[in-house]
Write a protein that binds this ligand. Structure first.
Ligand code: PLP
Length: 315
């Protein structure tokens, strides 16, 4: 289903009215930044929960700053705007939320400074949709592409133009019959997947690439590191990961707002571990789903309830 409304140029408008000009700078040069967030419907509580809204908007504003945008928003004010939009739409199902900041000036000038910027938010109701068939696990390959480098386009932010890199990685993987691809950075170490961070489990230890390996500063990645350590007693090490370590892993999974926790059960022609979904991955995925649907008191500060929120404050 498509969104019915958008937050556009400072107000909630019908989606048909949220239009931009063909001259818009961001359309020509990829000079925008975006967020990808989820709201989870909890049927028992009749509540919709947005996961880590303040953190998502903080990252969005950081990405905007990389593009020299000056926006009159804070993570709190954007969360309040999102609450208003979600209430306006009135969804009672899982939703994908897409905030977008972009160079809205109508110019072809090759520069970032002294230009108009704008923000829009749209919400896509999801029903029961998921990223790949998570119950079977994903079959991935190593991409022939390399992950975009911090010295070319900042990899830690969600810059729209940089997603050409993700699209090349994902499209070539899908056309070759895989669900997704893992991508190496220019140093030859594992970075992440096309639009998700990646973990492997070896001998009971969870390994994930450090942020400095040109990975997105994933909010689910950060959340899972805490859950693995604190709730499951699993050691987590952020370090460079070689390609062959992935082949030798006992378990592997992708994580992110889209992927949630997606087990990887096969890489190219090699099963990961015994080819099934490993115990750490399944326990982590169950815990994550409980957290995002507002069922875990310890992590209540990570979720914003839409229908019972009075006013948004920082945590
Ligand atoms: C390239 C990339 N890496 C990782 C992630 C995961 O980030 P997050 O957990 O903040 O959704 C995403 C977005 O989902 C992404 O686009």
């Amino acid at each position: 289903m498509a969104p019915r409304h958008a937050f556009f140029k400072g107000q909630i408008v019908p989606i048909e009215d949220a239009k931009i000009s063909i001259m818009t700078h961001a359309l020509h040069y990829g000079t925008g930044a975006f967020g990808g967030m989820r709201a989870y419907w909890n049927g028992e509580q009749e509540e919709l929960y947005v996961f880590r809204s303040l953190d998502h908007f903080e990252r969005l504003l950081n990405s905007a700053a990389l593009l020299r945008m000056r926006l009159p928003y804070t993570p709190e004010s954007l969360t309040q705007t999102l609450v208003d939009l979600l209430r306006h739409e009135g969804y009672r199902e899982n939703c994908y939320i897409r905030p977008l900041v972009y160079k809205s000036e109508e110019t072809l000038a090759v520069k970032l400074h002294e230009m108009e910027d704008d923000l829009a938010i749209i919400v896509n109701p999801l029903g029961e949709g998921s990223y790949v068939n998570i119950d079977q696990g994903a079959h991935v390959c190593f991409s022939a592409w390399r992950r975009v480098d911090d010295n070319a386009i900042p990899a830690r932010g969600k810059i729209t133009g940089a997603y050409v890199n993700s699209m090349l990685i994902k499209t070539d993987a899908m056309l070759a019959g895989y669900d997704d691809a893992l991508v190496l950075n220019e140093d030859g170490h594992l970075a992440e997947a096309s639009a998700a961070n990646a973990f492997i489990i070896r001998k009971g230890v969870a390994l994930t690439a450090p942020i400095t390996a040109n990975v997105l500063e994933g909010i689910v990645r950060r959340s899972l590191i805490r859950v693995l350590r604190e709730d499951m007693g699993i050691e987590v090490v952020e370090r460079n990961i070689d390609r062959t370590e992935v082949y030798m892993a006992d378990e592997a999974f992708l994580c992110g707002t889209g992927a949630q926790v997606t087990p990887v059960t096969k890489i190219e022609h090699r099963p990961i571990g015994d080819g099934g979904i490993g115990p750490i991955t399944s326990q982590l995925r169950a815990r994550f789903m409980d957290i995002v649907t507002g069922r875990v008191d310890k992590y209540k500060e990570w979720v914003t309830p839409i229908y019972s929120t009075e006013k948004v404050t920082s945590h």
